[in-house]
Each structure stands twice: as structure tokens, then as C-alpha cells.
Design a protein around this ligand. Structure first.
Ligand SMILES: NC(=O)c1ccc[n+]([C@@H]2O[C@H](COP(=O)([O-])OP(=O)(O)OC[C@H]3O[C@@H](n4cnc5c(N)ncnc54)[C@H](OP(=O)(O)O)[C@@H]3O)[C@@H](O)[C@H]2O)c1
Length: 341
């Protein structure tokens, strides 16, 4: 995969995460197209998003697995400017997420990106560019989680499905997607002020994190959940498993509260509860494409508009800090360049 030798070398604005003393810093700069990593599709980035992973990197809390310097930003929706990949033509709208974009390959927080065509998904006809980024990589992860749950027997008539970290990017999408498919959704959040918004997304019930008794988890409490999408991990996963119905399936999607978990095996061996995993970043093209098409079919644009807030390119560092301080909710979309998409 090489760079197109006819490509004009234009300059564009970008945020760059780089080494600074013993740590890192995020600096706004101008890059030249020749400084981009190899790829065969040159893109004008219209929108990016800020996820927890992006925020942790930009706030220097998680840089160990990153190449530095690197343009951060793991999700983008963009228009093709030039393509040596036969599947794409100039003017096409595409989406990309995962594959180390923003951590090992220059990413989304720049006006231009150069990516391998095999990493790009066309924006489905049913979606515009803004709807596509309102789903983003979280949408892929949640669609894959739902596929896992349904492949393991989850159906709306089996009972309520719990979503934890419901106010976050994955959580709010999971509430919306499950409700759109007819599930009774219970949303777990720290913030009572999110309750009406979560109900507007489709939650039937809202549970407050502060009301859980995580210091006294019963491994075989009354079985309530037919399924769950857990973004928190830590003790919360043990509590979910202990209050799951026989035969329930639980997707461990995230580890906001930590990935080291002290679990009783009783729910698995005495009730047949399954714990399932998803890694949307490294999933193959076919899996991502299937999830992407499923999202476009399952979600309506009026709900998508409730899921995100829009911020400007200059606001990226501040928004990363706010996300980690719990000040944001839903998805944070960044307008990178004016596009008309
Ligand atoms: N497996 C995959 O393929 C995949 C893909 C994407 C992300 N992830 C992982 O999924 C997790 C969630 O990602 P995200 O982008 O949705 O993050 P996010 O937008 O930051 O949302 C996380 C949510 O967790 C809750 N939370 C945060 N700190 C908490 C605390 N101290 N105690 C209790 N609840 C807390 C909050 O929900 P409330 O505001 O409702 O309280 C917050 O909105 C992360 O661990 C991420 O790395 C996994």
C-alpha cells in the first residue's frame, strides 16, 4: 500500500499528541499531506468523535500503547478526495474506526487523513454524515454486543435488559438500540438528572448507581436481568451476574471501573449465565460492515439527534477533560471541517 505520487502536498490543521518531557502534550499544528501515514485513500475529515479512549490519551492518562507523535481521534466520517482503492471514488462519504486509527496511525483530529481503503466503510444511503458519526465506533461496538446477546438467545419476551454507564457514549447508544428493537431497557447511571433523557432514548426504568449495594453482592440474588450490556466492569459485573436470570447473557463491553474483577462462578455454574466479550476495534471488515448496516436499519434519525452534542475543533482538549470529569453525556461529536454532509 503506497502513497499516490501525483498527490498534491497540501497543509492542513491538526492536533498532535507528542512527547513532552517525561509525559505528553496535545499541540495544535499544521501538517503536510506527505507527513501522513501510508494509505491509499486521501480524506477530507468532516466529523470526529471524542470517546473515553481518546480522552484518556489526550489527557496523558493512557499513552503506553500509542505511537508518538500521533494525530489522535479514533473515529471519523469523511469525504474521499483521492483514491487508489477501486472501491472508492472522490466525493464518496466513508466512516472509519479501530485498526489503531488515532493511536498507531494518524487519526481523526486533523482536516486530512490518509487511510487504507480496507479500513473504510461506506456511509449507508439511509444515513447522512452527521448521523454516521453520532453512531461511530460506539455504534459498532454496541451493535456487535447486541448481535452477541441475540445469538445467545436473548429476545424481548425473555425480560428486562440492563445497560450500565448508560449516560456515556456506548451506554446511551445501547439504550437506544435495544429499545428500538423492542426490549424493556433498564438504564444504570450515576446521575439522576440523566433520567428523563434516558427515558426519551427508550429506557423503561432508570436505576441510580449510588443505590447499589456493591459491598454486599449476593452471587445468586433474585434473577432479574435477561441480558445486560456492561460498560463498567469492576464489582458491577459481579452484581449484574448475581442478579441475572437463568440462561441470561451478559456482554462485558467496557472496564471503566477496572478490569480486575473478583467474581463468584455461581451464576455461571448454577444458572447457566454467559459472559460474552466484544472487541470492536480489531473486528474484521465483514463483522464491522454487518454491524454498520444493522445500525442504519435499526435506528431513527430523531433518536440519533438526542445522542450527541457538537463541539468545535478548538474545543477538543477541553472536551476531553470534561468527559473524564463526568461533565458530558452521550456522544461528543467534533466538527472538523465544513463539509455540507
Ligand atoms: N469492547 C469494545 O469493543 C469497546 C468499544 C468502545 C469502548 N469500550 C469501552 O467501553 C467503556 C465505555 O466507553 P464509553 O466510550 O461509553 O465511555 P464514556 O462515554 O466515558 O461513558 C462511560 C460511562 O460510565 C459511567 N461512569 C464513568 N465513571 C464512573 C464511575 N466512577 N462510577 C460509575 N460509573 C461511571 C458514566 O455513566 P453515567 O454518566 O450514566 O453514570 C459514563 O458516562 C470504556 O471502558 C471503553 O474503553 C469498549
Amino acid at each position: 500500500m503506497g502513497r499516490d505520487p501525483n498527490m498534491a502536498a497540501e497543509h492542513f490543521k491538526a492536533w498532535l499528541l507528542e512527547r513532552h518531557g517525561k509525559g505528553t502534550r496535545l499541540r495544535q499544528t499544521r501538517l503536510c499531506e506527505t507527513e501522513l501515514d501510508d494509505g491509499d485513500v486521501l480524506l477530507q475529515v468532516a466529523y470526529a468523535s471524542i470517546t473515553r479512549r481518546d480522552a484518556l490519551a489526550c489527557c496523558a492518562q493512557e499513552v503506553a500503547s500509542r505511537r508518538l507523535p500521533c494525530v489522535p481521534g479514533g473515529d471519523l466520517v469523511a469525504q474521499v478526495l483521492a483514491s487508489a482503492a477501486p472501491r472508492f471514488q472522490p466525493g464518496d462519504w466513508v466512516f472509519a474506526s479501530g485498526y489503531g486509527i488515532g493511536s498507531k496511525h494518524h487519526g481523526a483530529y486533523a482536516e486530512r487523513a490518509l487511510l487504507p481503503g480496507g479500513w473504510l466503510l461506506p456511509v449507508p444511503e439511509k444515513l447522512d454524515a452527521l448521523s454516521a458519526i453520532s453512531l461511530g465506533g460506539s455504534g459498532l461496538a454496541v451493535a456487535m454486543a447486541l448481535t452477541q446477546l441475540e445469538d445467545n438467545g436473548l429476545k424481548p419476551e425473555r425480560g428486562p435488559v440492563l445497560v450500565t454507564g448508560a449516560g456515556g457514549s456506548n451506554g446511551s447508544l445501547a439504550v437506544t438500540l435495544l429499545a428500538a428493537r423492542g426490549y424493556e431497557v433498564c438504564a444504570l447511571t450515576r446521575q439522576a438528572e440523566n433520567s428523563q433523557w434516558l427515558k426519551d432514548l427508550g429506557a423503561s426504568r432508570v436505576l441510580l448507581y449510588g443505590d447499589l449495594h456493591l459491598d454486599a453482592i449476593q452471587p445468586l440474588a433474585r434473577g432479574v436481568w435477561a441480558g445486560a450490556v456492561d460498560n463498567l466492569g469492576g464489582n458491577v459485573l459481579g452484581w449484574i451476574l448475581g442478579s441475572s436470570k437463568p440462561g441470561a447473557a451478559v456482554v462485558a463491553l467496557g472496564d471503566v471501573l477496572g478490569s480486575a474483577v473478583n467474581l463468584s462462578l455461581a451464576p455461571m455454574v448454577a444458572r447457566g449465565v454467559s459472559v460474552l466479550g466484544v472487541d470492536s476495534a480489531q473486528a474484521g471488515f465483514a463483522t464491522k460492515h454487518k454491524a454498520w448496516i444493522r445500525l442504519a436499519g435499526d435506528l431513527h434519525s430523531d433518536k440519533l439527534r438526542l445522542l450527541y452534542r457538537m463541539v468545535g475543533f478548538e474545543e477538543i482538549p477541553l472536551m476531553c477533560t470534561q468527559l473524564l470529569n463526568g461533565v458530558s453525556r452521550g456522544r461528543t461529536v467534533v466538527r472538523i471541517a465544513d463539509s455540507g454532509g
